[in-house]
Design a protein around this ligand. Sequence first.
Ligand code: UD1
Length: 422
Amino acid sequence: MDAILVRGNSPLRGEVPISGSKNAALPIITASILFERPITIENVPALRDIRTLLDLLEVLGVRARREDHTLHIDASELSGSEAPYDLVRRMRASIYVLGPLLARLGEAKVSLPGGCAWGPRPVDLHMMAMERLGARVEVDHGYLVAKAPPGGLVGGTITFPLSSVGATCNALLASSVAHGTTVLENAATEPEVVALADFLAASGVRIEGQGTRIIRVTGTDRLVPERFSIIPDRIEAGTFLAAAAITGGDLRLIGCRADHLDAVIETIRSTGSTVDVGEGEIRCRGKVPPRGVHVVTAPYPGFPTDMQAQIMAVASIGTGVSAITDTIYPDRFTHVAELARIGADIRLEGNTAVVHPVDGLSGANVMATDLRASAALILAGLVADGETKISRVYHIDRGYERIEEKLRAVGANIERIDEEGP
Ligand code: UD1
């Protein structure tokens, strides 16, 4: 199994190309199920989560061909409506097949995704959304079993009691081919939701209001495939901003959207770093030691839960006390104990991590517990004294394309090793 070895060294300097967004690509790739003709998606990141989704689509009879970062997907011979546990458990975003399968085939059987490293991941809002479109949804032997009414899904009003990226995407996917108009109330406004809506709109669905809390969708039975390019990954970009901040480096992130990163940029600036925004790029000149931060995760445009672990790594070498609260996933703190192994002083009080100043971090063996936690451990390793070995690094490949290569190119002392190797 792969591990990553990082040796704390000098500030990182140079340019980092930002890849396409994982969380935008997943629902857009799943939308292929709705099309009877092949679609082409560009700027798709080479990640394990994308591979896992394509494996699942293959089981359903969807064929995909990748040429570099372009993906050609053909669902003309869609044959299955069952997403088995074996594949769904590898990635919770598999739940995105629920809406499109139900819409196109009139039925779907999708394994319940279960929990994850940081607690339960409920799907009640996904179920509710499908029911509002006329479907009958039951849980049977660990599977969500959904059936559309005889004439197909029918538009309706879906009011989300809380903002959910996943459930909003599923509702958009299903309502795009439902009869009539659907109104999504309290819809999620994340850039990844907007990207999915823009893709569906480019394919002929009438959609208004994406990026606001109310989205209106008028379904069509004639989706026209258009080439579509995936937006840049705001979390990857945010992670490299954190890398500049923690090392006191000077990084230029190329091909990113600063307008998707307001809350992250503001927080990085509050540590004392200088962040300059240019056309399609962001430059961050880090200032060490960073000042402490106060962060509360919230739905977009708030601070993303997916950046919580990385900002905690930066805070762990801060001069003042930091408080980092996760309101989206209150148990998403498995990285706290691992950061402590590298010398961080972090105390958990409910869903708030209180980070106290320390004299410095010292390299140690640590375990990656999930995707963003892995990134946080690499960041801490970049400034820890000596060597940090991060095991179970397969998590990182789920969501960061060639992270060690990108870091090495800007001066990091980082390599991937085979732990079982000689
Ligand atoms: C969330 C993040 C997303 C991130 C992803 C992976 C938010 C708002 N969403 O998206 O940016 O990329 O994790 O880390 O920050 N919920 C229910 N019932 C449901 C669905 C969700 O109660 O059926 C709850 C969740 O437990 C959570 C909140 O709603 O507290 C937001 O969840 P949601 O946005 O759906 O999660 P993801 O789509 O996984």
